[in-house]
Design a protein. Structure first.
Length: 301
């Protein structure tokens, strides 16, 4: 179980957040002795599931008590010998430690994913060194914080696959850490299926983004709450925008881009934020290979 978070995705379909956690806990409860449960050691709702299973438990995360622990996490704004920026960290397990370098992606969620994968490998008898070797061939998934060259020599962080509050917070944390000399533009679409938690979640994102972004473009009906919160935070109105859809957002964004900008694009699947990425990428002909939802069925909608 990778995460529950403070406001989990799909919570609109459940009574409350605890009901979401209980549903996922059911997966762990049916495991038998000799099975393994792999749990996020940094998420309180997830780690509590270890008390509700007969299976052996392996945890992963940044916390000291994690079985597979992530340490020395860092990202580089400079291109490595692969020609791409990336992240660096070490994985520790029972006294062993291995370095991991992933190029072409940014953000702590990738470190979590690697640690979870390592825990699965260990559960199947793999040595940590072999896990590290396997990760050397890692290639980023479409729409999952993938770096794509943009027009005007910009860099797009394509996180358009989907969005939940925890994932949106993680994406914002990533670009905040990149700020330095970079001009940061956040293009953020609605987070759907949040039910009664929607306004609260969107307002939190608006306040967070207003704290460090240079330009913010909110897209969608629910993002009006984020827009309002950013306004109340005193964000410069000349650099703050709210659009109903991706078409309107593109009209605003293209003239604003300048060389070296970092452009984060993220939103729920229903917002189709990949359409923005396609229009901003330096080589649109590569869209079918790099972007999500590029089949003819998706393109027709």
């Amino acid at each position: 179980v990778t995460a529950i978070g403070d406001i989990p995705v799909h919570v609109a379909h459940y009574k409350d957040i605890d009901a979401v956690a209980y549903e996922k806990q059911g997966i762990i409860e049916v495991l038998e002795p000799g099975n393994r449960a792999i749990l996020n050691g940094d998420d309180p709702r997830v780690i509590s599931m270890q008390d509700h299973t007969q299976a052996g438990v392996l945890t992963f995360g940044f916390s000291e008590h994690s079985s597979v622990r992530i340490v020395d996490y860092a990202h580089s704004n400079e291109k490595s010998n692969t020609g791409r920026m990336g992240i660096f960290f070490r994985l520790q397990y029972q006294g062993s430690s291995v370095p991991i370098h992933l190029s072409g992606v940014l953000g702590r969620p990738y470190a979590y994913a690697c640690a979870a994968a390592a825990a699965v490998g260990i559960a199947h008898g793999m040595h940590l060194v072999d896990v590290a070797k396997g990760l050397e061939s890692f290639e980023p998934e479409k729409g999952r914080m993938r770096m794509i060259p943009g027009i005007k020599q910009t860099t797009i962080l394509d996180d358009s696959y989907n969005a939940a509050p925890a994932a949106m917070e993680a994406a914002l944390e990533t670009i905040r850490d990149m700020k330095g000399q970079n001009h940061i533009i956040a293009v953020l679409g609605d987070m759907l299926e949040l039910g009664d938690y929607s306004e609260q979640a969107h307002r939190a994102i608006g306040k967070r983004a207003a704290g460090f972004c240079d330009v913010i473009c909110f897209v969608g009906e629910n993002m009006r709450f984020a827009f309002s919160e950013a306004q109340q935070s005193g964000f410069d109105k000349d650099r703050l925008f709210h659009c109903k859809d991706s078409v309107a957002a593109l009209e605003i964004l293209k003239p604003l881009l300048r060389q070296g900008d970092i452009v984060l694009v993220k939103g729920s699947q229903g917002m189709r934020m990949e359409r923005i990425v396609e229009r901003l990428m330096a080589n649109p002909a590569d869209a079918a290979d790099l972007l999500v939802r590029q089949t003819k069925e998706w393109k027709a909608n």
